[in-house]
Design a protein around this ligand. Structure first.
Ligand SMILES: Nc1ncnc2c1ncn2[C@@H]1O[C@H](COP(=O)(O)OP(=O)(O)OP(=O)(O)O)[C@@H](O)[C@H]1O
Length: 141
């Protein structure tokens, strides 16, 4: 019953059962989300992106990229990993809905992959804007 579970150890006396339930749901939903990232992380493209992220962050440190450059790179890495995760989700939905060959299944998977390609291309442009001046600055110093 809501309200009767508030006397447990380590539980704030003001918390109702409903509040605790919401907290548990929040913890659980973070767990499911983390599990989703781990599942997407087993995909080849996600692993390639993680390696690329490590390389570009190392380059940021080596080339003494300014704070705005680190921020731009961090946004690109986050967007790309999120895109790979969404792509993995769409692939799973398509495989569930259409295990057989279908033009719409092809369209959905190709478009999902295309979205990840677009963000990857944008990341390359951002990388050029961040790293080319940083490289010249370092060589000129
Ligand atoms: N059910 C289907 N019907 C029609 N075409 C499909 C179907 N499943 C996959 N395809 C085609 O095969 C391509 C590869 O699909 P697949 O499921 O192997 O993804 P993938 O390229 O392995 O993705 P990733 O490399 O990100 O894991 C799709 O982009 C699509 O063109």
């Amino acid at each position: 019953m809501a309200g009767s579970e508030t006397a447990g150890q380590g539980v704030d006396a003001g918390e109702t059962g409903e509040t605790l339930k919401r907290k548990n749901n929040l913890v659980k939903s973070f767990g499911y989300a983390a599990s989703g990232v781990v599942q997407a992380g087993s995909e080849r493209n996600f692993k390639v992106d993680v390696v690329a992220a490590v390389v570009v962050f190392a380059a940021c440190a080596l080339l003494r990229v300014p704070a705005w450059g680190w921020a731009a790179v961090a946004v690109c890495v986050g967007v790309q990993l999120a895109m790979e995760t969404v792509n993995t989700a769409i692939e799973a939905i398509v495989d569930l809905a259409s295990p057989e060959i279908h033009p719409l299944a092809k369209r959905a998977k190709d478009c999902a992959a295309g979205a990840a390609l677009i963000t990857a291309c944008a990341s390359v442009i951002v990388g050029l804007i961040v790293f080319v001046p940083a490289l010249f600055a370092l060589l000129g110093a």
